[in-house]
Design a protein around this ligand. Structure first.
Ligand code: AMP
Ligand code: GLY
Length: 420
């Protein structure tokens, strides 16, 4: 099978790497990709938001499967263009991607499908915002309705901070605060069959101890030994299947990766958000321990034949990924800082350094090129083992202003995660 992965980041590097290790896959192309994929894939220039450009690249390469990584091309309808040309594509249509593209739309779908989620008000005026904030009380949760790369959400005790964030958005969703640990549960679906992956946990805040602003994600691990028994079955039954059925009922079948961001609250499981694509960096940790050949899952979803693939199988290992971000992230980022030590980190047993915001400078040196730069991903026999390896990788790498969290998966290792 010849494959083409669309996107520039860590999730796309992880997907391309898994495809390159799949015996069914003969060629891996990535557009635009990053320097990290160069050892095993061919890179191509493309405007990932241009459906015609992606389609003509796919047909000229004669690929059997296109995998669209990020949300922006999905929301722009790139999957529709590729599918219309008769090429199998993993990723939802423009309409179905609204599950991620509009938080208000996602809330409507959840209401119709009776999926448990936070109570919410959609607000378009300052008066509506203040009324909604006062209806729920602190902590305040204010979400930009539009795509914001994981950074459009403010959770704060400070009413003025909440009002100021809302003022910077056209339309906001204000919702009740959800207590309890967060879980990312992904499902691969062809629009009918729903295959859940194992649960993962992401670390959204920039600083240790979940302090500071939200980011795109600073680290992840999987599986979660503290997750309640039956969690996957419950979320499949109450969240994933009803959502996929509701999308089909609306004439917008969802095909691709349905990402359920969940909170395990004192009142039960609640959906925090849906995404319409693989999460980043959970995907780096998940694919490190996935045993089922990834091409079977992605191609099965793209062609409506997922029922014949069967539930994903996992290795006994634990996957941990630690993101290294550049100076200034998440408010800004720093480009052009020379990165040293990636080969040394990759040489550690069980470690893969997944690139996100990296580039080559004029002298061919690896440099930073964005906020999240690398995701140092490790597999171990235990959580402690996997963390030790991932942090040994992080310690081997250096660049000016590098930031990482030191506590990825630490609470789980110490047995300190509790579900209220
Ligand atoms: P979202 O983009 O909707 O996933 O929100 C980003 C992050 O904000 C989530 O991962 C949570 O950490 C936090 N968050 C979002 N909604 C809520 C909520 N209702 N209660 C508590 N935290 C939330
Ligand atoms: N891990 C968060 C996201 O992909 O949105």
């Amino acid at each position: 099978m010849k494959t083409l992965v669309i996107g520039p980041g860590g999730r796309e590097h992880a997907l391309a790497l898994a495809l390159s290790r799949d015996p069914q896959v003969t060629e891996v192309h990535v557009a635009p990709g990053n320097p990290g994929v160069e050892p095993f894939a061919t890179r191509h220039e493309v405007d990932a938001l241009d459906g015609d450009a992606v389609t003509s690249l796919a047909t000229s390469l004669g690929v059997d499967l296109v995998v669209i990584g990020p949300e922006a091309p999905l929301v722009a309808g790139v999957a529709d263009a590729v599918r219309a040309a008769g090429v199998a594509v993993f990723g939802p249509s423009r309409e179905a991607a609204q599950l991620e593209g509009s938080k208000a739309f996602a809330k409507q779908v959840m209401a119709s499908a009776e999926v448990p989620t936070a109570l919410a008000h959609v607000c378009e005026t300052a008066e509506q915002v203040e009324a909604a904030l006062d209806a729920f009380g602190p902590p305040y949760v204010v979400k930009d309705d539009a795509l914001a790369a994981g950074k459009g959400v403010v959770v704060t005790e400070d009413r003025q901070v909440a009002i100021d964030h809302a003022a910077g958005c056209d339309r906001v969703v204000i919702e009740e605060f959800l207590d309890g640990p967060e879980v990312s549960l992904f499902a691969i679906t062809d629009g009918e069959t729903v295959l859940p992956l194992q649960p993962a946990q992401d670390f959204k805040r920039i600083f240790d101890g979940d302090e500071g602003p939200n980011t795109g994600g600073m680290g992840a691990y999987t599986p979660l030994d503290w997750a309640p028994e039956g969690l996957v079955a419950e979320v499949t039954r109450r969240v994933l299947v009803p959502t996929v059925q509701e999308m089909a009922r609306r004439g917008a079948p969802f095909q691709g990766l349905l990402y359920a961001g969940l909170a395990l609250t004192s009142r039960g499981v609640r959906v925090v958000e849906f995404n319409a694509r693989f999460g980043d960096p959970e995907t780096q940790a998940l694919l490190a321990v996935l045993r089922t050949p990834i091409s079977a899952l992605l191609h099965g979803a793209a062609t409506g034949e997922l029922a014949s693939v069967g539930l994903p199988q996992w290795s006994d290992g634990i996957g941990v990924t630690v993101v290294m971000a550049s100076a200034g992230y998440p408010e800004s980022s720093s480009s052009g800082d020379v990165i040293l030590g990636v080969d040394a980190a990759n040489a550690i047993e069980g470690v893969d350094v997944i690139h996100a915001g990296t580039a080559r400078d004029a002298d061919g040196r690896l440099v930073t090129a964005g906020g999240r730069v690398l995701a140092v991903t490790a597999v171990g026999e235990t959580l402690e083992h996997a963390r030790d390896r991932a942090y040994a990788g992080v310690d081997a790498i250096s660049f000016e202003g590098a930031q990482h969290r030191a506590d990825i998966a630490l609470a789980a290792q110490l047995g300190d995660v509790t579900v209220p």
